[in-house]
Design a protein around this ligand. Structure first.
Ligand code: V47
Ligand code: SF4
Length: 386
């Protein structure tokens, strides 16, 4: 591994040589250096550096978890141009809204199954308020206290807290007491106002998103961070986005993982914008791994990227491919992602990771190891699959 990086340092051009040397010395790269990577770093160059970091941090370990999603509604008061999923009314077209009992029934359908997390996010429904979600949290916890509840993007929370006239800290405290354990990373999109105002002008801004995550971190909750990339943003906007995340992480240490989300262009107002290439996707993963030196984990969300590209990403800095999920998540299938019914069994996930010679490790939401599958015989897994 050290040999490989020495070779990169020797053969790279001037600016890139310094970056490779910094990576070897465990030093942070600057925004200008990050821009140089985006503009001049070849796929093999950034890939090798990112893989060096990935293997130093995690060896071959590749994490996944066993989770399921609940999407309470796709009715949404906002109108993000990239969104293929939201509807104005539940009773028209393919809109839906779930009652608390319907959501509880989904939770109950996993009784007896070794699931560790439920991921709850959806549209911002004008009638689903704090009281509604507090009751939902309490009922889920009463039914299955050990289930980790990762729920609500900062966009949903901002709307809920403002409507309830609560400060961010007070609102977060109330939800936490009711059973909320951590926050997913959605709603971040691109922080820079020049882009944000063009793609999702009416929802919470960068400062609001970051304040909500900071308040969660201060209460001891961990959260994730995403970035919706590959549409109208420039490299500078990606760097600005990651810089804000790196700064907050320096302050709180509360982020678990960074999840780049590739823009998919089916059935939305931005269908004329071409999607990024796989090469650009892999370069982005690698550069994010190099730049975000204070994030322990980098996740590729396989339902969005597709299984084979998720496998590929494991050589470009990614060490987590999310979970088993199930087919209840519609936000990506409606935007034209590879996976129309995203579901993978544990055996399939393990096989996918082993196929590219990495070690599958089941984790919980907070990255505690649940089970190491590295010594489970591949043939046994294939037998399970066939
Ligand atoms: O914020 C919406 C994205 C996000 C499109 O924290 C789109 O573990 C691509 O954040 N093309 C919500 N992306 C989902 C999310 C998430 C997903 C998986 C895991 C975690 C986690 C968080 O979905 C939105 C938006 O950025 N999105 N439309 C689209 N057309
Ligand atoms: Fe609503 Fe989220 Fe879609 Fe924006 S991305 S319109 S906030 S559901």
């Amino acid at each position: 591994m050290t040999g490989d990086i020495d070779m990169l340092i020797e053969t790279a051009g001037d600016g890139l040589k310094n970056i490779a040397q910094k990576v070897k010395n465990n030093q942070r790269i600057t925004d200008d250096e990050c821009l140089l990577l985006f503009e001049k770093g070849s796929l093999p160059f950034v890939g090798a550096l990112a893989n060096y970091i990935r293997e130093k941090l995690h060896g071959d370990n590749t994490y996944f978890n066993r989770n399921f999603h609940i999407e309470p509604t796709n009715v949404c008061v906002f109108s993000c141009h990239f969104c293929s999923y939201s509807r104005l009314y539940a009773h028209k077209e393919d809109g839906w809204e779930l009652s608390i009992d319907q959501m509880l029934d989904i939770v109950k359908s996993y009784d007896g199954k070794p699931i560790t997390e439920v991921h709850i996010v959806g549209g911002v429904h004008p009638k689903m308020n704090m009281a509604y979600f507090i009751e939902l949290m309490q009922k889920i916890k009463a039914h299955r206290p050990g289930l980790h509840v990762k729920a609500f993007t900062a966009v949903e929370l901002d709307y809920m807290f403002r409507k309830a006239k609560l400060t961010v800290t007070e609102g977060m405290k109330q939800l936490h007491e009711a059973g909320l354990d951590s926050l997913p990373g959605g709603g971040a999109e691109i922080f820079h106002p020049d882009i944000r105002n063009q793609i999702c002008a009416d929802k919470v801004d960068a400062e609001g998103w970051l304040a909500i995550h900071e308040a969660a971190h201060n209460l001891g909750l961990h959260t994730n961070a995403t970035m919706l990339y590959g549409h109208i943003e420039k490299y500078e906007h990606r760097i600005d986005h990651m810089r804000r995340l790196r700064e907050l992480q320096d302050k709180t240490g509360g982020f678990n993982t960074f999840i780049p989300l590739k823009f998919r262009n089916a059935n939305n107002d931005m269908s004329h914008v071409p999607e990024s290439s796989i090469t650009e996707d892999m370069r982005l993963y690698a550069i994010a791994r190099i730049y975000l030196d204070n994030f322990a984990h980098l996740k590729a969300y396989w339902p969005m990227l597709g299984r084979q590209n998720a496998q590929l990403s494991l050589s470009f800095g990614v060490n987590d491919i999310d979970g088993t999920i199930d087919d209840s998540t519609k936000i990506y299938s409606m935007a034209g992602s590879e996976e129309q019914t995203p579901a993978m069994s544990t055996a399939e996930l393990v096989a996918l990771i082993k196929q590219v010679n990495r070690k599958p490790v089941e984790r919980d939401t907070l990255y505690n190891v649940v089970k190491d599958y590295s010594n489970v015989d591949f043939k046994t897994i294939e037998t399970v699959l066939n």
